[in-house]
Design a protein around this ligand. Structure first.
Ligand code: DAH
Length: 343
């Protein structure tokens, strides 16, 4: 095969390869392969010495032409590949602006938080302070200062979790009564509520080892049960609606005398009788009474000058009645199908 045919064949092969190059890296590799120092073109140029002198100008011209053709093709092909790469990139990064946006996950308050806030709102409007007490308390504030000495049988109903013999998870928010009086000068008037978690050794559909209460304490001169009843009636109307009625039933608590339990007319049947109120027409919502003189005395208040009332209600119970929830454990299982209903 003559030199010229070899060159033309090489050109054909090279052009085919260059057209088939899929990206600029492949193109670069082909450039090295055909035009590089170890490539066939270089070899051919080196062999020019063996070509008869008469043929040299002609062959030389073909060599140059082939070389120029290949170089030009490489430049054109590079341009095309660059453009294709850009188009592919743009197509890849295309954003479909007609898709609906992603909503940020937005949390909301737990039904117990909502209920506690509503209770606080109502009492704050009536001029009550909101006071917090410790969840780990000692025997003195949880029992003793509330007229529950060590051997008092009423302690049995409030078994709890002891940290030491003296320190325990409080069983009731009532200890904040004594704490608040002792934080003031003796006989300073008090009007406060104290919401928070309490703990007992209980677990069933209406009892959980941890639950929440709101304590109330009003101490002043000439505070009567009528004040207690009026205040709680207003609270219940705000909480459950204007039609709700309340009644006081005699009861017993060590820290109040006299003591009562407060019922509201059934929020489900309006008082006619249904399953929720066990056909009585009434639902118990809290305990209350006149503060026992011993409780005032133990916290430095003079019961011959000062008196007052106290009450304690369960936040879970209020929430269950307000929202019609029949199992208290739902509050703590964190099932989102339940929780999201309060958004
Ligand atoms: N501490 C009581 C309980 O947990 C509730 C209670 C009843 C609180 C009467 C009071 C009260 O302040 O006067 O069962």
């Amino acid at each position: 095969m003559g030199m010229k045919d070899m060159l033309l064949e090489l050109r054909e092969k090279a052009l085919q390869d260059l057209q088939a190059a899929k990206d600029s890296q492949e193109l670069q590799d082909l450039k090295v392969k055909y035009l590089g120092r170890k490539g066939p073109m270089t070899e051919i140029l080196r062999g020019m010495g063996k070509v008869p002198a008469a043929d040299r100008p002609k062959i030389g011209e073909v060599v140059n032409q082939v070389k120029q053709t290949l170089e030009q093709t490489i430049r054109d092909r590079a341009e095309i590949l660059k453009e294709e790469a850009l188009k592919a990139k743009i197509a890849n990064e295309k954003v479909d602006i007609t898709l609906p946006g992603r909503k940020p996950a937005c949390g909301h308050l737990h039904p117990l938080t909502l209920t506690a806030r509503e209770i606080k709102r109502i009492f704050i409007h009536m001029g009550f302070d909101v006071i917090e007490g410790p969840e780990i308390d000692n025997d003195y504030f949880n029992f003793e200062a509330l007229n529950l000495p060590k051997d008092h049988p009423a302690r049995d109903m409030q078994d709890t979790f002891y940290i030491t013999d003296n320190y325990l998870l409080r069983t009731q928010t009532s200890g904040v009564q004594a704490r608040t009086m002792q934080a003031h000068e003796p006989n300073t008037p008090i009007r406060m509520i104290s919401p928070g978690a309490v703990y007992r050794n209980d677990y069933d559909a209406t009892h959980s080892p941890m639950f929440h209460q709101v304590e109330g304490l009003v101490v002043d001169r000439d505070i009567s049960l009528a004040d207690l009843k009026g205040t709680l009636e207003l609270f219940c109307r705000e909480m459950f609606g204007d039609d709700v009625k309340i009644r006081l039933r005699p009861s017993y608590f060590p820290f109040t005398e006299p003591s009562c339990e407060v019922d509201i007319s059934c929020v489900i049947c309006g008082g006619k009788g249904c399953n929720v109120c066990k056909h009585s027409g009434w639902l118990e919502i809290l305990g209350a009474g006149e503060v026992h003189p011993n409780v005032l005395k133990m916290s430095g208040y003079d019961p011959s000058i000062m008196n007052g009332y106290a009450f304690g209600m369960g936040i879970e119970r209020i929430a269950m009645l307000k929202y019609g929830i029949d199992d208290l454990r739902l509050f703590f299982e964190n099932d989102l199908r339940f929780i999201r209903q309060f958004r």
